[in-house]
Design a protein around this ligand. Structure first.
Ligand SMILES: C[S@@+](CC[C@H](N)C(=O)[O-])C[C@H]1O[C@@H](n2cnc3c(N)ncnc32)[C@H](O)[C@@H]1O
Length: 657
């Protein structure tokens, strides 16, 4: 991930992280196959209760809402690089197992575990946990959801009361405690939802079972949750209502249409755009009386809005026009249709109002309303590496090559933003600063919108997981979070306007799908600029049709630092002409150049260029000459001399070039 991910760790600190991660892996190996042992249920429940109480008290004292507070001076560290596949089995094909039968460090393939939560939920920075009970009262265990704990914006453990765990994995958590661990969101199913925050206190399993509701009752429960703005619960109740209708042989059509239409509304709020469209279309009554027409118009409006938010402007236009045929005259819909015309112009001609996009940033939370302009580019196999982005026609210097909205962006000032130190055991325990908040947000978006999954899976990543095709089981997409981790690691970019000013613990980061195909060159032909999350890529020189478009992932002028960063973050050694030339400089020359460049930096910081006197200008020129002397004329012919950039700009600004 190219962001200002510099972190200063002493060798002792990084050794400590690496040793901890490797020790934990060893401990897991040593305990492999060990049988589950009963633990003291009362003290485990007490541990969870007091941890959650402490957490509530500290939020209350600080006047904070439910989310875990960002620590001012710590960063979460965890190991990566031991991936396992999510379950792709159907629930009905799995054999029910008992909690007492689970074994350490084992993925219980072919099995499903039914658990009831018997403690409050403890939210930690990168995971949530609660105590769960099997079929017997004294059989309790820790259940931990790592990183991807949010379901429709609610903590899944909190939203649920009873759970089904597909092919459960019993292991040690990052603190070395035994736990049933969930990494993939599709491995955990809520089998009873939690209407009552205190439901976990009920000791008797039969008490926990949810009352069997009719579809009409589910609809009412959904409406109540919607009124209370508990959208995740409303979505769950409507879904249950539809399940009951289906199981009981379809029921009255009007009830079915109502539930679908209501769920479409909730889905729109939850940004579950795929289902919002499908629900809206299924809810259509196609009736002829005025009230039916009005309900259908509402449904078309919801479908149009969801399609617009997915960037499917053609579909959105069709749905809005259908709406206007049924009930003409909606101002909001006409505004949407005007916006669609603008989006179509952006897509076909690259005609953007960048000033307007900039002005809209506070209102749009850094996500201006805009379409992608990508038709001057093609994705195909690259001689540099894997796939690359190529010019589809001749592009003049400074022309826009493409504009693209982020698939997902997390701004540093948003609650979602957080970085973690990851220690990758596949890669010599390499420590990286990883945008864990972006990883969570991408997984969330994919879980909510399966239509978007394959374009993300097509991006480059080291671990292949389940491959590049979408898998769906039991009505939900199966997203391999380890695969998405690797895709984010190799394709995300820092998104701050001035990344150097950002705190690395919650840096702004984003994933742009089309731009992810651009390979790196230190002497590329393109440069990116951001208007919020709208990326504008311009040609830095004339690019001919068929030429590969490349930009620099890392602008560091020092060759050694740049090569190291490119290798650590992106996993390759650059062999562009500049790197070849710099690699031929002796280490002594490279060191001297770096020292002189630093001298120049200090000089620039301390000396104003405007109105500079002759002594300062002469000092600047001497520095320039000394840096110039470190470049071999022949070898550096037509190559940029980055170390000279700062001092040359200063001399120009002083007007003494
Ligand atoms: C953002 S992706 C670029 C597109 C990628 N080539 C693909 O197949 O999708 C970044 C990855 O591409 C590869 N890559 C990019 N530039 C490269 C270069 N100059 N030399 C070798 N590999 C490069 C590295 O594996 C890197 O992690």
């Amino acid at each position: 991930m190219a962001t200002n991910a510099t972190i200063f760790m002493t060798p002792e600190e990084s050794d400590r992280v690496q040793t901890r991660v490797q020790d934990l892996i060893q401990k897991r190996r040593d305990q492999k196959g060990q049988k589950w042992e009963p633990c003291d249920s009362i003290s485990l429940i007490q541990e969870a209760t007091s941890a959650s109480l402490l957490q509530d008290l500290s939020f209350a004292a600080l006047g904070l809402g439910g989310a875990p507070k960002k620590s001012q001076d710590t960063i979460v560290a965890y190991g990566v690089g031991v991936p396992y596949l999510p379950s792709t089995a159907k629930l009905q094909d799995l054999v029910v197992m008992k909690l007492g039968d689970i074994c350490m460090e084992t993925h219980h393939r072919g099995c499903v575990l039914s658990l009831r939560r018997v403690s409050p939920v403890v939210e930690m920075k990168s995971s949530s946990w609660a105590v769960v009970q099997g079929n017997l009262q004294n059989e309790v265990e820790r259940l931990e959801v790592f990183l991807h704990r949010s379901q429709n914006e609610r903590n899944i453990l909190d939203l649920g009361f009873e759970f089904l765990i597909k092919e459960p994995y019993y292991t040690l958590n990052n603190q070395g405690q035994r736990t049933i661990r969930i990494d993939h969101p599709s491995d955990i199913f809520i089998s009873a939802h939690n209407d009552d925050p205190e439901s976990w206190r009920r000791r008797d399993r039969s008490e926990g079972l949810q009352k069997h509701c009719t579809a009409a009752e589910c609809k009412d429960l959904g409406n109540t949750a919607l009124y209370d703005k508990d959208y995740a619960l409303a979505q769950a109740h409507y879904t249950e209502g539809l399940r009951v209708l289906m199981a009981e042989g379809d029921g009255p059509n009007s009830l079915k249409h109502d539930i679908y239409r209501n769920r479409s509304h909730v889905n729109l709020i939850l940004e579950r755009h795929d289902e919002a469209i499908a629900d809206a279309l299924t809810s259509l009554t196609r009736g002829e009386d005025e009230s039916e027409k009005s309900l259908d118009a509402k449904a078309y409006f919801r479908a149009g809005t969801a399609a617009y938010r997915l960037g499917n402007f053609g579909d959105a236009k069709d749905y809005f026009n259908e709406q206007l045929k049924l009930v003409p005259g909606s101002r909001l819909t006409s505004t949407y249709l005007e916006k669609i015309e603008m989006r179509e112009r952006e897509m076909s001609d690259g005609l953007y109002d960048f000033e307007k996009a900039l002005r809209s940033l506070p209102k749009t939370k850094g996500r201006p309303d805009a379409a992608d302009f990508i038709r001057r580019t093609k994705v195909k196999s690259s001689p540099v590496s894997g796939q690359g982005l190529f010019a589809a026609d001749d592009i003049e210097a400074n022309d826009v090559i493409m504009c693209e909205k982020a698939f997902c962006v997390v701004w540093g000032n948003e609650d979602k933003a957080f970085s973690a130190l990851t220690c990758d055991v596949r890669d010599d325990a390499a420590i990286r600063v990883f945008p864990a908040g972006l990883h969570q947000a991408v997984v969330q978006k994919l879980m909510k919108n399966p239509s978007q999954i394959e374009k993300v899976l097509d991006l480059f990543g080291d671990y292949e997981g389940l491959g590049k095709k979408l898998h769906e089981r039991d009505g939900i997409p199966v997203v391999d979070t380890f695969q998405i981790h690797d895709i984010v690691q190799r394709n995300a970019f820092g998104a701050g306007q001035r990344p150097e000013d950002e705190d690395y613990r919650n840096a702004s980061t984003g994933l742009w799908i089309r731009a992810s195909y651009i390979n790196h060159s230190c002497i590329g032909n393109a440069k990116k600029e951001l208007f919020g999350d709208l990326m504008v890529l311009r040609a830095t020189r004339k690019i001919l049709a068929g030429e590969e478009i490349m930009h620099s992932y890392d602008e560091t002028s020092d060759y050694d630092a740049r090569s190291k960063a490119l290798h650590l973050t992106w996993g390759f050694h650059c062999s562009c002409r500049l790197c070849i030339a710099e690699a031929q400089d002796s280490p002594a020359v490279r060191k001297k150049r770096l020292m002189l460049e630093n001298d120049a930096k200090i000089f620039i910081e301390n000396t104003k260029a405007t109105g500079a006197g002759i002594i300062a200008v002469n000092r600047a020129k001497r520095l320039r000459r000394s840096i110039e002397e470190t470049f071999n004329e022949k070898r550096y012919k037509n190559l940029p001399r980055r170390a000279l950039l700062g001092i040359e700009q200063w001399i120009q600004a002083a007007g003494r070039g």
